[in-house]
Design a binder for this molecule. Sequence first.
Ligand code: B12
Length: 212
Amino acid sequence: MEPILKEIYQGIIDAEQDIVREKVQQALNMEMEAGKILNEAMVPAMTEVGRLFEDGEYFVPEMLVCARAMQAGMSVLKPVMVEQNLQSVGRVVAGTVKGDLHDIGKNLVCMMLEGAAFEIYDLGSDVSPDAFVDKVKNSDANVVVMSALLTTTMPNMKNTIEALKVAGVRDKVKVMVGGAPLTQKYADDIGADGYAPDASRAVALAKRLVGA
Ligand code: B12
C-alpha cells in the first residue's frame, strides 16, 4: 500500500478524525483518484475494524469513533466525487432500514449515485417502512435504495416492500437492496428489483434499472 494510503487506513483504525481528514486531502492534492483512496484505504480499514470487533479487541465505542473517522474522510471526498451540472438521470429515496444505525455503506452508495447524476433524498438511518412510503408518495422518486447491516434488520426490507405495495406505489419505483449480510438470493426472495455487493456496482445497477 502506498504510504499515504497506509496513513489513511491506520488513521481510521486509530479513530484519528483530524489525521484522516488531513491525509485524504493530501492524497487528493497529490492527484490520487478519490475511488482509489476509498477502495484501497478507507473501505479495507472499516473491514479491519469489523475484524477487531469480532476478535473482541474493539467494542462498540471503538467501532463508533472509527466510523466517525471514516465519515470525516468521506466528507472530504464527497465534493470531489459529486460532479456538478450533470442532468439528473433518476431520483433516489435512500435509507438504512428500521432498527439499523449503520449508515456508512448507505452514505457511500448515495455519494457514488450523486456522482453519477442521480438526485438523492436521503432519509438517514433507522427509517421505518412508513417513512419510505411517505417519501415515495410525496416525491418524483423512481428508485428506492435500502441498506441493512444486521441480520436482525434485514426483514425490514421485506416489510418496506410490502408497505410500498399496500400504499399502491410499488410500481412507481425500482427497489435496490444492499449491505454486508445481503445476497442476490435474499433480494430475489423479498421481491427487490436488484442487489449489488458494493457502491460502484450499485451505480451500474441503478443506471440499468432506470434505463440510463
Ligand atoms: C461501524 C460499525 C458499527 C457502527 C456504525 C456507525 C455508522 N454510522 O454506520 C456502530 C458502532 C454504531 C455499530 C453498532 C452496532 N453494530 Co456494527 N458494525 C460496524 C462495522 C465495523 C463496519 C460497518 C461498515 O461501515 N462497513 C463499511 C461499509 C462501507 O460497508 P457496507 O456497510 O457493507 O456497505 C457496502 C456494501 O454492503 C454496499 N451497500 C451498502 N448498502 C447498500 C445499499 C444498496 C441498495 C446497495 C446496492 C449496496 C449497498 O455498498 C457499500 C460500499 O461498498 C461492521 C463490521 C463489518 N465488517 O461490516 C459491524 C457490524 C455490522 N455490526 C454488528 C453489530 C452486532 C452491531 C451492534 C448490534 C453491536 C451492539 N452489540 O450494540 C450495533 C447495532 C446498532 C444498530 N441498531 O444498528 C455486526 C452485525 C452482525 C450481524 N450478522 O448482524 C457486524 C457485522 C460486526 C460483527 N462482525 O459482529 N456498528
